[in-house]
Design a protein around this ligand. Sequence first.
Ligand SMILES: *Cc1c(COP(=O)(O)O)cnc(C)c1O
Length: 490
Amino acid sequence: MAHTAAAAYDKLIFELSSPGRVAWSLADADVPEADARKLLPEKHLRKDAPALPEVSEFDVVRHYSRLSRMNYGVDTHFYPLGSCTMKYNPRINEDMARLPGFARLHPLAAETLAQGALELMHALAWDLAEIAGMDAVSLQPAAGAQGEFTGVLMIRAYHLSRGEKRTKVLIPDSAHGTNPASTAIAGYEVVEVKSLPNGEVDVNALARTLDTDVAAFMITVPNTLGMFEPRIVEITELCHAKGVQVYMDGANLNAILGITRPGDLGFDVCHFNLHKTFTTPHGGGGPGAGPVGVKAHLEPFLPVPVVTKDGDAYALDWKRPKSIGKLQAFWGNFGMLVRAYTYIRTMGPDGLRAVSDNAILNANYIMKRLEKDYDVAVPGPCMHECVVSARRQKKLGVTATDIAKRLLDLGFYAPSTYFPLIVEEALMIEPTETEAKETLDQFCDAMIQIARETEANAAVIHDAPLTTPVRRLDQTKAAREPDLRWSRRP
Ligand SMILES: *Cc1c(COP(=O)(O)O)cnc(C)c1O
């Protein structure tokens, strides 16, 4: 292949291999060398040498640096992926997570040798409980989805402890896919509750569905259209009157920090996505962290172990007969807990409140700037994200996917598309509080440019993206059978 910039990306690290080339240099052994065949049983000896690339350190560094530049992340670009809260991850969090006392602590170290780590977990759980108005928090779940699963298992254990065998969980049709999935895995029948056209819960429909078979109602606040549920207190009271537990999907907590609290709204359980609201790195398959908070009546059911404090000593409490059991390897994704704790402490209560104020301001700014060129899903004001619909553009042959692809050419990551499912051609835009007005303006300019191109020359948009390392992929196949080889691109 010619010497083009693209050619540099064309090789797998295996293809850079040159026999005998190495990336290490070791001093001569100062102990006698022995033949492995004399030391190890035959069955543990490999027959053939491993097919590893033989490359220099420089080859390795250049190869992976090149690949990293093909990546798209919040450190390089605006990332308005709605519902995901892709905010900046302050570097001080990384410094703290790398402190050797945390980073090099063995997960099975004796409690007496891990007091600092246990103290941090105890303090973080307390902070999250305070932020959400809950009485206790488990830090174990590794993602929001696992937090949901944990919460639903606790709700089940609670009902069973009262001799009630309820079989259904109600979930609005605007919900994120993990809600029905984690509920079904926990053994419940999922019953969908229709939303009103503006995305709010249809309280009358809900009231008709609530009966003694219903274990819980699971709802996202603000909802997935970026709207605060105006009748939420009425809803939680209605549920409680029928013995139904209320679960808040806390993925959108970025909108309400310091403004209101799930516990005060009447929720019994809620999860936190530390990788969304609390800045821990997000994406690439994790790790994430999805702590779950509960009111006092559910505390006995928390996963074991629970970090306890006695005087100045911290300990892991395993003797909890009503616990739903252990959920996650070791104590959860501890590095994420250090980052989130650092973030909460650096922000303080006023800082966290300012997060939500600014996130809401940014989303409303974008919504206002786009409302002439795109249909807004629900007339504003919105909370921390806004949902627009490309239904107007679709009449001219341009879909939400086309718009998302064109944005990549214009230097922006795409918003979430086709979610929530109840909005036709949805584009869900979440700017987060960490973006400046200049960036928001550039993004809005790009969106408006695409709307104009749709009217003038839709063909440009159908070909997009033109400037990315790969063009339009079969998205399902790309996710299921990733083929990272440039030269085989379609
Ligand atoms: C992200 C998200 C979830 C799931 O959280 P994960 O940490 O990705 O498992 C659930 N509900 C909503 C509304 C979300 O945005």
